[in-house]
Ligand binder design. Structure first.
Ligand code: 6PG
Length: 275
């Protein structure tokens, strides 16, 4: 995968942005996070706007490249977003047939284990969209070579793209209360992996079970990275990321820096410490 240079930013064409979704402007200064910050009065509006953003971005990528490479995180925050994308008629234009669905990180458990991120994402999206089965890319996390196998799958699928565009188009991230993202946990060995796209991760700070995760190298090469952080439970960590001087290895989400792409946080007021 070539390191992207100065890529043209994809500007959503106005004719594809879903109508009828009013941007919900909070009356306060957003937290000083790196990149762009979208703050909404409540989670419902945040999810609506983000669903619309995904559709807009997908349609633009399909128009430009013929496909759309989308990487999704697990955890509880994004599941309502995935359900909304599947159920709400406002997002029926999502080009699932042209979408490649990747998993940001996975627990090293079988697919039928309730801790499997892919299990939940497949149940919501894979089983109910017309995404071709060969464009669903689960991490086979119980394999000894789970990291290199997934890296090869990414390189093969993205390798068809023109130079500089051979990267993920949209990466949806979450943030744990400890400042982890993907399965990049504080002071864990995957933080140090700078020459691979996917890494295994384990150790005392990695919430069990052991993990397989996209690395900073892969995530930061993406076209658009969106951390979705909602709820008062994340407010303290959002404030630390925005104002504190914690080193990246203590708060791994601080290591997310797009190279030639965009970083855009989607937050609700509660995650910004507002009532
Ligand atoms: C996972 C996720 C992880 C998640 C955060 C936030 O495998 O658990 O990829 O990085 O995004 O832990 O999880 P919540 O959304 O449940 O708070």
């Amino acid at each position: 995968m070539t390191e992207p240079g100065n890529q043209n930013r994809i500007e959503p064409s106005s004719d594809v942005r879903p109508i009828g979704i009013e941007k919900d402007e909070p009356a306060f200064e957003p937290p000083g996070l790196p990149g762009e910050v979208e703050v909404f009065n409540d989670a419902d509006v945040a999810l609506d706007r983000l669903a619309g953003e995904i559709v807009v971005h997908a349609l633009e990528c399909v128009r430009r490249f013929g496909d759309f490479h989308l990487a999704l995180s697990g955890g509880g925050t994004p599941m309502p977003l995935y359900e909304r994308l599947m159920i709400d008629p406002a997002y029926r234009r999502m080009p699932w047939r042209k979408t490649h669905l990747w998993i940001v990180d996975e627990r090293r458990v079988p697919f039928d284990d309730d801790r499997s991120n892919y299990k939940h994402i497949k149940e919501i999206i894979g089983d109910h969209s017309d995404i071709p089965s060969n464009q669903l890319h689960p991490i086979e996390a119980t394999r000894d070579d789970a990291d290199t196998a997934y890296e090869s799958a990414l390189q093969e699928a993205l390798g068809w793209r023109e130079k500089g565009q051979d990267r993920l188009d949209f990466v949806l991230l979450g943030m744990g209360p400890d400042g982890h993202t993907a399965s990049l946990f504080p002071n864990s060995r995957a933080l140090e992996v700078d020459d691979r796209l996917v890494a295994l991760n384990d150790g005392p700070t990695v919430v069990p079970p052991d993990r397989v995760t996209m690395t900073y190298k892969l995530i930061n090469a993406s076209r658009l990275i969106v951390p979705l952080v909602l709820g008062a439970g994340k407010a303290e960590m959002i404030a630390r990321v925005a104002t504190g001087h914690d080193p990246v290895h203590d708060l791994p989400i601080k290591g997310i820096h797009p190279i030639g792409g965009r970083l855009c946080w989607y937050l609700d007021r509660a995650a910004c410490g507002r009532d």
